[in-house]
Write a protein that binds this ligand. Sequence first.
Ligand SMILES: *[C@@H]1O[C@H](CO)[C@@H](O)[C@H](O)[C@H]1NC(C)=O
Ligand SMILES: *[C@@H]1O[C@H](CO)[C@@H](O)[C@H](O)[C@H]1NC(C)=O
Length: 498
Amino acid sequence: MGRVVLGLAVGCAVVACGIAAVAVGRRVKSRRSWARAVAVVTDLEEGCATPYSRLRQVVDAMAVEMHAGLASDGGSKLKMLLTFVDALPDGNETGTFYALDLGAATFRVLKIQLGGKQSRILWRQVEQHTIPPALVSSTSEDLFDFLAMTLKNFVERNNDGFEQSDKRKELGLTFPFPVRQLSVSSGILIKWTKGFAIRDTVGKDVTQCLQEALTKRGLDMQVAALVNDTVGTLALGHYYDEDTVAAVIIGTGTNACYIERTDAIIKCQGLLTNSGGMVINMEWGSFWSSHLPRTPYDFALDDETLNRNDQGFEKMISGMYLGDIVRRVLLRIALESDVLGNSARSLSIPFILGTPLMAAMREDDTPNLEEVGKILEENLQMPDLSLKARRLVVRVCDVVTQRAARLGAAGIVGILKKIGRDGSGGVASGRARGKPKRTVVAVEGGLYAGYSTFREYLNEAVVEILGAEVARNVVLRVFEDGSGIGAALLAASLSSDR
Ligand SMILES: *[C@@H]1O[C@H](CO)[C@@H](O)[C@H](O)[C@H]1NC(C)=O
Ligand SMILES: *[C@@H]1O[C@H](CO)[C@@H](O)[C@H](O)[C@H]1NC(C)=O
């Protein structure tokens, strides 16, 4: 009996000893694990670093590439496309104008009434429509007829009696597929994207397609402007503020355009008659420079995209990709440590972490990061993470956001440098003429307008690069709906009556 008790006691001691050993082992292992997780994040921070010197290199590279893209077609990854827009709205426009703003599967029709400088936009009417799925892979005739019919119904429904019915209506068309512009109101479709597969439009003039459909439907309306959404944003900015010289979209995708002096557009001198300026669509998402701080996560992301080796800048700064860069870093942490629990499986699903969720985590200001916990649990099946682990996740979101915002800022300053508005004393610079000129950049897109951390980092970086004195004259101003209102305003400033 006694022996049995003894034996049990010994047995218990052995077990207890074993448990203690496991606990110590776990602590050591978890400490090592934590160190590995932190190392992943520290590496990321180093790889994403954008100190002042680095940003200046990106600024210079942007300006150099802009020059190269203007010198010859294919001279740079920046396409620097001519838009033929040489008259931006300035607020003096009067009359009624229309826009057709094609998204992908949805589109909007708009009507605005302009009252000149005092009253600006007197009235606006907007309708949202959906393209029937069958038309997405039909013929261009069917698609454009549908658009023309919708426009006609819209015009008839919104006939307020004020508009002169005998006057030809003017329309701005925002077209979200790659086109090669031939004039301000015509352009050849290069290819369909965004899931559209229409057999017979590639190589055709999209304005003419719409124009013919409008005529067939008996609507006396002229397509006065074929507009890229970035150009619409510039038009909208310029309408309200004539110091607006450039527009940048930073949302799901990213692009920029600006007003260039005609004599600086070397590659197409024969086409340019006007001696003033013209809006250039940079297509800056494809900007590339070896100075951009690129990490293994960026390489891996690029490898897995359909447009590999293309849109390099966009893949580092736009909303389409930021969440997925964060996901890739978190996956690395999950593979190298147990800090994120058993979450590698959900984290290996591409694009499972969208940028809006990433932004919401970065902006969580609850004391215990409850929102972060909720997002990770509900969207990534990562329940019960420690506060420490959630803090680490936020740090990753912060690093990726900050790099994107600061590179975006460098891109913007690159444009200002190219047009002599960066205070460096170029020929056209304000400083050279004595008084610095006020310079406005119109900005549109959810990443900037809706994500305050991103916006603050970007704004701070602009000041950091330019210096406080020069930055005082540079204003980044948010405008919304350049692709709709801006297109209608361009129809106004470019309309045949002017
Ligand atoms: C716009 O109108 C104002 C006031 O009527 C005028 O001073 C200004 O020159 C006009 N601007 C243009 C570009 O026509
Ligand atoms: C114009 O803007 C859209 C985004 O709406 C883009 O996808 C398209 O390729 C742009 N560029 C050209 C040259 O059409």
